[in-house]
Design a protein around this ligand. Structure first.
Ligand code: TTP
Ligand code: MG
Ligand code: MG
Length: 406
């Protein structure tokens, strides 16, 4: 049975979410990237006054734009001042990351209700494995893909998305962009030559700016150019593994599975002692273990790209009774000292007269680094962060338009 993999990407995501609450802006060039001072002002006559790009001064960067603004040459990651030159009459709206995160949850839940094998690829896109869904093979996934689009539209109160359905993730990612916005594109292997080979090489997920430059340097500009190159020559030029991958990718071959992943609710570290320890008599040893747990926990958070707002402790006594306590912090943290202090506060609320078998520290109420950092830095701040976290690898992809503050 051939695989049927869908890639779903929301259309002009942040901008489309804003249009849900400002429907009077539909059809206009709108860019998202302002700060609080660009909040629309409600007038006495019930209309709203919007900030216009022409009035913008600052060093912000645009996160996205409506398709009407794109027609004027205004795209993601463009400096807002530069965008103002191209589209002075475009409306500028502030970034409301919390709102986009809510709509992200909504559309993903709607998809999971129809097709449960979902791989999260960031705030506005997912892969979905349709292979084994009833009826999917009858029409190469078209009806189910349409059902996904309808479910997303209904669950979000009117957001559109574009879906590509092909035998693998690599092709689907490319296909979902082919007929944007509101696209539904099915590709079979025989469509690769006509629809994929004309695309610029850098459109392929895995061909970054560096590789693209090197490809251009040897005269390979499109996916078709790579496909036409000798595999051995690609290997000689680009190295054994990347060269071989370039050949496979250009022919639309990709075996990677759809990997489901859900964000952890909490991350914890605990240790069972070799011999039971007493809070007073073994104070030094316990203190050392306690600190080490907090340091390790902070390391886990940092490595995985999370920060926590609720720190808790877990103790098991020599009679096997378990006690937990937790404490909410004023702000998210991934800092070992802050965690240690909060965990220490929790410990003060426990009766420590019995000896301990186990001690654990837990970080809950997690937020991803991208969630925390994006609202701080988008728009008008000195450094604009275009942040994304790869959910499967937990790799943080933080891109600053100016160096991050020290
Ligand atoms: P994209 O899916 O790349 O773009 P989009 O949804 O706005 O438009 P399209 O119809 O072409 O898919 O990114 C999703 C959101 O991520 C986007 O709405 C805003 C944010 N983003 C940034 O903040 N900075 C960026 O450089 C990019 C590319 C996106
Ligand atoms: Mg999108
Ligand atoms: Mg996207």
């Amino acid at each position: 049975m051939p695989r049927l993999i869908a890639h779903l990407d929301m259309d002009a995501f942040y901008a489309s979410v804003e249009l849900l609450r400002y429907p009077d802006l539909r059809g206009r060039a709108v860019v998202i990237g302002g700060g609080r001072r660009h909040q629309p002002v409600e007038q006495v006559d019930g209309t709203r006054r919007y900030s216009l790009l022409r009035d913008y001064t600052g060093r912000g960067v645009i996160t996205t734009s409506t398709y009407e603004a794109r027609a004027l040459g205004v795209f993601s990651a463009m400096g807002t001042m530069k965008a103002a030159k191209l589209a002075p009459d475009a409306v500028l709206l502030p970034v409301d990351f919390d709102q986009y995160k809510n709509y992200s949850r909504l559309f993903k839940a709607a998809v999971r209700a129809v097709a449960p094998i979902v791989e999260d690829r960031g705030i506005d896109e997912i892969y979905v494995d349709l292979t084994d869904l009833p009826g999917a093979q009858l029409d190469a996934g078209r009806a189910i893909a349409q059902q996904l689009k309808d479910a997303v539209f209904d669950a979000t109160g009117g957001l559109s998305c574009s879906i590509g359905v092909t035998p693998n993730k690599l092709l689907s990612k490319l296909a979902s962009e082919l007929d944007k916005p509101n696209g539904l594109t099915l590709l079979a292997p025989q469509d690769i030559a006509t629809r994929i080979w004309p695309l610029a090489a850098k459109k392929v997920n895995g061909i970054g700016p560096k590789a693209n430059e090197k490809l251009a340097g040897v005269g390979l500009h499109t996916v078709g150019d790579i496909a036409a190159a000798e595999p051995q020559w690609l290997i000689d030029t680009f190295g054994k593994s990347y060269g071989a991958w370039l050949h496979e990718a250009s022919h639309g071959r990709d075996e990677r599975p759809v990997v489901t992943f859900s964000e952890p609710k909490s991350i914890s570290r605990e240790t069972t002692f070799e011999r039971d320890l007493h809070a007073v008599r073994d104070r030094a040893a316990l203190g050392e273990i306690f600190t080490e747990l907090c340091v390790k926990l902070a390391g886990d958070l940092t490595r995985k790209g999370y920060a926590s707002r609720t720190i808790g402790v877990k103790l098991r006594f020599d009679d096997f009774r378990i006690v937990t306590r937790d404490l909410s912090l004023p702000a998210h943290t991934m800092d070992a000292k802050t965690i240690r202090r909060a965990a220490g506060e929790c410990l003060k609320r426990v009766d420590l007269s019995r000896r301990l078998r186990l001690l654990g520290v837990r970080a809950g109420a997690l937020a991803t680094l991208a969630e925390l950092v994006a609202p701080l830095h988008t728009g008008d701040a000195a450094a604009t962060v275009l942040a994304a976290r790869e959910p499967n690898t937990n790799r943080n992809l933080l891109l600053f338009d100016t160096p991050p503050p020290a």
